[in-house]
Design a protein around this ligand. Structure first.
Ligand code: ADP
Length: 374
């Protein structure tokens, strides 16, 4: 019988695991939040991932559980593990992608370079951090943020008053120095339960309004030292916290060539979509190999450059698919990936990958293809 991989969450990341699962001969099953989700083709159950009974029933019919997002509560995950369910990544690792304060404390223990940070409980502590950092800082809600929601640049504690008031007893906000980065990078690695690790080349990510807009692989003009340091950071974190599956480490590069860790994701990540068409083993296949405990695949690029451009929002009228003809005729070398989601301003509804020998050409082609869907 084929190994049954259960994915909790029915978004585009689960959707993009479907094709590689078919190729690997895995039986992919998805617990979707509702009908009509991106991964509906593989959805065998619909229900609330915070409800232990729902998750338990789903887990009873699979050999390994993995994720499309990191929001499954710790107590649900720990109950599964106690039941004997194989969960990758496990709750001990996943907690560092669920809570940014827990992550910062652990990265400090591992000696990983990161922005100055503090846990603050009230306006006095927040103001003290601001005063010690030239009056500007980034305040973050430790849990539940994504795509820049839950991140605010402030110059006075009062600007975070609503969040400070919302802190539950015993909880805190995360405050970080405002890093004067020259660009953002991402390092991805995959780790198997037994410890085997492979690393992808470090990539440059471009965010607009807190949302990933474009990725270039590998990061242009990256010095050899920077590439090595990024890979070492990825490997050290994956080993240090026992990640199984894909790990994405979001990084800041400063003007004095330091790299600092921003945050972690333990699943396929937007910064790795290029690898579907630009690497020998795409991140969705690699994640499945790792969580199914299969030998990992080559991460070598297939071409000197890969460019990924997100389709954000989508057409204001009609569906993405209605735009296929024109996009495909104009850009036959572009690979278009759609998520089966209704267009909405700012929403990630698909992306375009272009690979090639010339970076400028690839950037142009990818942007021009994505523009057909605006
Ligand atoms: P999310 O979890 O919503 O993705 P992040 O912590 O990754 O939030 O922050 C979103 C964006 O905000 C980052 O990609 C970066 O552009 C900016 N940012 C976050 N932290 C800092 C910081 N300490 N200094 C400067 N910019 C930051």
């Amino acid at each position: 019988m084929a190994l049954r991989v259960g994915v909790i969450g029915g978004g585009q990341l689960a959707r993009m695991m479907i094709a590689p699962a078919v190729e690997l001969g895995l039986d992919l099953r998805v617990l979707a939040e509702s009908d009509g989700m991106s991964a509906r083709l593989a959805a065998t159950a619909v229900g609330d991932y915070r409800d232990l009974a729902v998750v338990r029933a789903f887990a009873a019919d699979v050999d390994v559980i993995t994720f499309d997002h990191e929001h499954v509560p710790q107590d649900v995950l720990r109950a599964l593990v106690a039941d004997g369910v194989v969960v990758h990544p496990g709750p001990d690792a996943l907690q560092f992608a669920q809570d940014k304060l827990v992550m910062r404390a652990r990265l400090a223990e591992l000696g990983i370079p990161q922005p100055d940070w503090a846990a603050v409980h009230d306006a006095t502590e927040l103001q003290a951090f601001l005063d010690a950092h030239r009056g500007r800082a980034v305040v973050k809600t430790p849990r539940g943020g994504y795509d820049g929601k839950g991140v605010r640049v402030i110059s006075a504690a009062a600007e975070a008053q609503d969040w400070l008031e919302g802190i539950a007893a015993g909880d805190a906000l995360l405050v970080e120095e405002l890093v004067p980065f020259v660009r953002e990078l991402a390092q991805q690695v995959a780790r198997r339960p037994g410890g085997e690790i492979v690393a992808y080349p470090v990539v440059e990510t471009v965010q607009r309004d807190g949302v990933c807009a474009e990725v270039i692989a590998p990061a242009p003009a990256a010095a050899e030292r920077l590439t090595e340091v990024a890979e070492q950071i990825g490997r050290t974190i994956a080993e240090g916290i026992g990640v199984t599956g894909m790990l994405a480490v979001e990084l800041f590069e400063t003007d004095d060539e330091r790299i600092l860790v921003n945050e972690l994701a333990m699943r396929p990540h937007n910064s790795g979509h290029w690898s579907q068409d630009g690497a020998v083993t795409g991140q969705f296949e690699q994640h499945l190999r790792a969580v199914a405990d299969l030998p990992l695949g080559s991460t070598s690029p297939r071409a000197p450059w890969s460019v990924m451009v997100n389709i954000l929002g989508g057409p204001t009228e009609g569906t993405l698919e209605e735009r296929f003809d024109a996009a495909m005729v104009d850009h036959p070398a572009a690979k278009i990936h759609t998520y089966g989601k209704a267009p909405r301003p700012g929403r990630k509804v698909g992306h375009v990958n272009v690979v090639g020998d010339d970076l400028d050409d690839a950037v142009y082609e990818a942007r021009a293809t994505a523009a057909h869907f605006a």
